[in-house]
Design a protein around this ligand. Structure first.
Ligand SMILES: NC(=O)c1ccc[n+]([C@@H]2O[C@H](COP(=O)([O-])OP(=O)(O)OC[C@H]3O[C@@H](n4cnc5c(N)ncnc54)[C@H](O)[C@@H]3O)[C@@H](O)[C@H]2O)c1
Length: 380
């Protein structure tokens, strides 16, 4: 039995993405599902209502009508508490859940026996690559960071030989070479900059070099569990600081993406280091949301200090909403492939490794250990 799938308009401030784009809505509608899309849900990402209607979806003006009887709700950010109160018990909600920032709504979903899958918990195994929304959105963020850096820099990025003289290429330094960092490097290379990069994981060196950038080596390998970085020891931090500080001083644009899951982002650029940067230099701090990699970063703000510009953008993927929504939507579609059988009916067995790992809430219980610990202190 095909399902009723609802796609609400995202209400979070600055959120322009939409969970499902018309192309994916069409695929789901052709499989027999009833696709309801809230009026204007795709407008911020430049997918107008009429494209959804042409794709076989129903455009719904009232949020209440949208959610009434929905079996699956697809979203980018978690729903609001008011939304949750309108969902039927057992309804499945899929999206980024970010429990640390959305405790109240997570608790409400638990209490109303909503089944919630958190896309950020999809394991990074080969079979789940097509569902890896963290990676698709980090790709969008890394690209946008370089473009923003270039737009705020008073310099050309490529080398130019002109009648008015020769221009030396700009130097771009990328700190943290995960998914976003690698995309930032690739974009800066395409723009013609000289690119240097650093990551505590030595394995990142090969990927950095394969993009034509220089990898800054330190005698530290801080690859921790699951391929993520571990926290550095105090001695390691001092060595890192010295090397990073010299690289920062020679860069025209620095893009920082360093983060450690579940922890505050490491400070890689102190005030003193920033003070040694060239006039006109730009820092784009992608870790602004989790505390920032630069001490001068102010989340969501542009700071001008020491003759340099520090950008602390929040939700960069939303700035490139057309393509980030397209990628996210394809991730969701692939994920739905695990939840729906050949006839389009919902499966009730969540033993599949990917479903089991991303299942946050089910039947009134928090199924993800760290979230359970986090909510331990929430009074309900
Ligand atoms: N399907 C897959 O196999 C798959 C998909 C995506 C990512 N991954 C892997 O997952 C890992 C994490 O990727 P991510 O982009 O989500 O990372 P992330 O967003 O958690 O962190 C970004 C980068 O910051 C680095 N970092 C942390 N502390 C640092 C410090 N003090 N100095 C410099 N760099 C620092 C990390 O090593 C990481 O590369 C990587 O190993 C990546 O290759 C695997």
């Amino acid at each position: 039995m095909p399902c009723v799938i609802a796609v609400p308009k995202e209400l979070a401030q600055g959120e322009r993405r939409v969970a499902i784009v018309p192309e994916v809505a069409q695929k789901l509608a052709r499989s027999g599902h009833e696709i309801r899309i809230e009026h204007d849900a795709g407008t911020g990402a430049y997918y107008p209502d009429d494209q959804y209607v042409a794709a076989g979806a129903k455009s719904v003006s009232s949020r209440t009508d949208l959610l009434k009887g929905a079996q699956i709700v697809l979203c980018v950010q978690p729903p609001t508490i008011a939304d949750v109160d309108q969902l039927a018990e057992g309804c499945i909600v899929i999206g980024f859940m970010n429990p640390g920032r959305n405790r109240d709504v997570i608790v409400r979903m638990r209490d109303r026996k909503i089944t919630a899958f958190a896309l950020e918990l999809v394991p990074r195994i080969t079979r789940a690559q097509s569902m890896d929304a963290l990676s698709s959105q980090a790709t969008a963020g890394g690209y946008t960071a370089t473009i923003m850096g270039a737009a705020h820099s008073p310099k050309f990025l490529p080398m130019l030989t002109t009648a008015a003289g020769t221009i030396r290429p700009a130097t771009v330094l990328v700190l943290g070479a995960g998914v976003a960092g690698l995309m930032a490097i690739a974009t800066a290379k395409r723009l013609g900059a000289v690119v240097e990069a650093y990551d505590v994981r030595r394995a990142a060196g090969e990927q950095v070099r394969s993009l034509g950038a220089k990898f800054l080596e330190l005698e530290i390998n801080a690859e921790g569990q699951g391929g993520y970085a571990r926290e550095l020891t105090p001695e390691e931090k001092v060595k890192e600081q010295e090397m990073v500080s010299a690289a920062v001083a020679r860069a025209d644009i620095v893009i920082t993406t360093a983060s450690i899951p579940g922890r505050k982002a490491p400070v890689l650029i102190t005030k003193e280091t920033a003070g040694r940067m060239k006039p006109g230099a730009v820092i784009v701090d992608l870790a602004a949301e989790s505390g920032g990699n630069c001490e001068l970063t102010q989340p969501g703000k542009t700071v001008h200090e020491h003759n340099i510009t520090i950008l602390g953008p929040l939700n960069l993927p939303a700035q490139i909403a057309f393509h980030s929504s397209q990628m996210y939507s394809k991730n969701l579609h692939a994920f739905l492939g695990l939840l729906l059988d050949k006839e389009g009916s919902l499966v009730h067995d969540y033993h599949d490794e990917i479903l089991a790992a991303s299942l946050l809430l089910h039947a009134g219980e928090v199924r993800h250990g760290p979230t359970r610990d986090l909510l331990g202190g929430v009074l309900t």
